[in-house]
Ligand binder design. Structure first.
Ligand SMILES: *Cc1c(COP(=O)(O)O)cnc(C)c1O
Length: 231
């Protein structure tokens, strides 16, 4: 299967999941997760019409972006953990940072975005599973973080993001998606810009769409298996 064929199949599957959930296809964005794959794969998806992408590491995208140029409408988000010493680079390279998980990171991104003269949309990553390897803030801390972020003028919280525990069985992820949606609904009452729900990956995006996802992040089903695990 080519990347273009995979993309078409994914769009069909997303449309089907939307119909099942009684939602409009226009409510659900498909993010192509190009981490670990070469820039050629990214460009192939771009040529097939894909515009929204996600990369996990600042350094990796910095290297890839040297091979990009003419794709001014390509929208790249950071979807991997961000260390505070990389915030300035991240604010410069990415259209959005979807993994904000502390006030410190938000403040540093705000300062960097201010220096660049731009507003940076961000998502708050929420850790709903107890796995050591997962990132994000605890759900109990969300209200306080969003309140503190109201004082920041250059980062705008657009929504929430989560990565549930991986399972063969997509149903295992459903309660995590439901929980993120509840948190989003609560947060929206005091912070009206919090609307997006970035949830769902290759094996569980249909369930995520049923539970209200507005952005599914798909790597494997689009680009094939990664040759080594992403950090
Ligand atoms: C790698 C990754 C994805 C894509 O995962 P697949 O299972 O390959 O679709 C989505 N979101 C995040 C945060 C990732 O790190």
């Amino acid at each position: 299967m080519t990347i273009e064929a995979n993309l078409n199949q994914l769009r069909d599957q997303i449309a089907l999941a939307c119909r099942r959930a009684n939602r409009s296809e226009t409510e659900v964005a498909l993010m192509a997760v190009s981490k670990v794959h070469p820039v050629e794969a990214l460009l192939e998806a771009y040529a097939a019409g894909q515009r929204l992408f996600g990369e996990n590491r600042v350094q990796e995208f910095q290297e890839k972006s040297a091979s990009l140029g003419g794709q001014s409408d390509l929208e790249m988000h950071l979807i991997g953990p961000l260390q505070s010493n990389k915030t300035a680079k991240a604010a410069e390279l990415f259209a959005a940072v979807d993994t904000v998980d502390s006030l410190k990171i938000a403040q540093r991104l705000d300062a960097a975005a201010k220096a660049l003269g731009k507003k940076l949309p961000v998502l708050i990553e929420v850790k709903l599973s107890h796995e050591e390897s997962k990132h994000g803030i605890a759900p109990e801390e969300l209200t306080r973080l969003l309140a503190a972020m109201q004082g920041l003028e250059h980062v705008v919280p657009h929504g929430l993001m989560t990565v549930p525990p991986w399972s063969e069985d997509a149903e295992v992820a459903r309660p995590y998606f439901q929980r993120l949606r509840e948190l989003r609904d609560e947060a929206q009452r005091t912070c009206s810009t919090v609307v997006e729900l970035s949830m769902g990956m290759s094996n569980d995006f249909a369930v995520a769409i049923e539970e209200g996802s507005t952005c599914v992040r798909v790597g494997t089903a689009l680009f094939g298996k990664r040759l080594y695990p992403a950090p």
